[in-house]
Ligand binder design. Structure first.
Ligand code: KIV
Ligand code: ZN
Length: 388
């Protein structure tokens, strides 16, 4: 049996850290229910210690969700962890995700702690978290810019304390696919107890490589969990996009050889819901969920797709929750696509000469208008009938 890739969705935590994306408890609950329908393995519901509102949201999600593990983020201190554990009490399956920065820059300038202090705090935090729940994830924040020898020491210690998932954040999106993948592979080979934990990627998109880096973390590094968000929502340039990473692994199963448990037909409803609740529009050319992701405007492509969809489509629009692919009629469209639309609209032309005439009128109109809608075609054919 193929290995399973665990999908950890952090739309409600890291996604919400996107400026302007703050969500109410009710909104988070709606999204969490949709994520459960999508069959994500883990829902990071929030950061329980961050505010009373987030505590209540995590608790409400923990109570409502049955089929996904519900997770809360917490800093590596007893107070945060206890708060997370309290909020997660109603969960059928609960995870505490605790983190502390391990890069020289973050330890010295932000935490003002020595590496030894960070090492101790990480250990104590994971031990404390494991006393609350059986499922504990540890993240060395800014892990990718951390010094590997020190990181190996920390990771070995937290696995000994019972961490069940080790996540390697590329907190500032500095990674390059091969290098990030090698980074994880190197850590896994050097940490003696590495096989006692599941390794995870967490990539930000500052250089536009969050998805590529995550996939390299899986393929080269051997990670078996990917942390991601719907529509790639997240701080600055965002996080690894769930829909892209899932469809890459599914579409290129020949290369990755992994199973994902996601119900991909729920991707579009999830994307629309997150966009509508946060007010963040999805760019038209966004892979999988953008309005143009399955749209064809050029005559050559339209002709190809009408003959065999695989000519210009590597996935089915319907498989990710679109009603269908789209043939957009405009000045680049060919006669074949135009004729097909006439048929779809129930318009019958008496002869090929009539189709040709309608097509000529359509082309003239398309030179003046970016997109030709069904109403335009109906009007055009009516005018033609009246002129006849
Ligand atoms: O980007 C990051 O480092 C994080 C951690 C808290 C996991 O979001
Ligand atoms: Zn992050």
């Amino acid at each position: 049996m193929a290995d399973k890739l665990i999908i950890f969705d952090t739309t409600l935590r890291d996604g919400e850290q996107s400026p302007g994306a703050s969500m109410t408890k009710e909104e988070k609950l709606r999204i969490a229910r949709q994520l459960e329908k999508l069959k994500v393995d883990v829902i990071e519901a929030g950061f329980a210690a961050a505010s009373n509102g987030d505590f209540e949201a995590v608790r409400a999600i923990a109570a409502a969700i049955k089929d996904s593990t519900v997770c809360s983020l917490s800093r590596a201190n007893d107070r945060d962890i206890a708060r997370a554990a309290e909020a997660l009490k109603p969960a059928r399956s609960a995870r505490i995700h605790t983190f502390i920065a391990t890069s020289p820059l973050h330890m010295e300038k932000k935490l003002r702690m020595t590496p030894d202090q960070v090492f101790e705090q990480a250990k104590v935090a994971v031990r404390f978290a494991r006393n609350q729940v059986a499922d504990v994830e540890f993240s060395p924040e800014d892990g990718y810019r951390s010094e590997p020898d020190f990181l190996c020491r920390v990771l070995e210690a937290v696995i000994n304390e019972g961490a069940t998932t080790i996540n390697i954040p590329d907190t500032v999106g500095y990674g390059i696919p091969e290098l990030y993948g090698e980074f994880i592979r190197n850590l896994r080979s050097r940490v003696p107890n590495s096989d006692k934990a599941i390794w995870s990627t967490h990539c930000h998109n500052d250089l536009g490589m969050a998805v590529a880096n995550s996939l390299a973390g899986v393929k080269i590094g051997g990670a078996r969990q990917v942390e991601c968000t719907i529509n790639g929502l997240g701080e600055r340039a965002g996080n690894c996009s769930l829909e892209e990473v899932v469809m890459a692994v599914k579409t290129r199963r020949d290369y990755f050889g992994l199973d994902v448990g996601i119900d991909t037909s729920q991707i579009m409803p999830a994307s629309r819901m997150v966009s509508q609740i946060t007010g963040f529009a999805v760019q038209p050319n966004k892979a999988i969920v953008g309005a143009n992701a399955f749209a064809h405007a050029s005559g050559i492509h339209q002709d190809g797709v009408l003959k065999a969809r695989e000519t210009y489509e590597i996935m089915r629009a319907e498989d990710v929750g679109w009603a269908a692919n789209k043939i957009v009629l405009g000045k680049l469209s060919g006669r074949n696509a135009f004729k097909q639309r006439l048929t779809e609209l129930g318009i019958e032309q008496d002869s090929e000469a009539a189709v040709n005439e309608a097509f000529a009128r359509f082309k003239a109109l398309a030179d003046q208008k970016a997109e030709i809608f069904d109403e335009d075609i109906l009007a055009l054919v009516e005018d033609q009938d009246e002129a006849a």
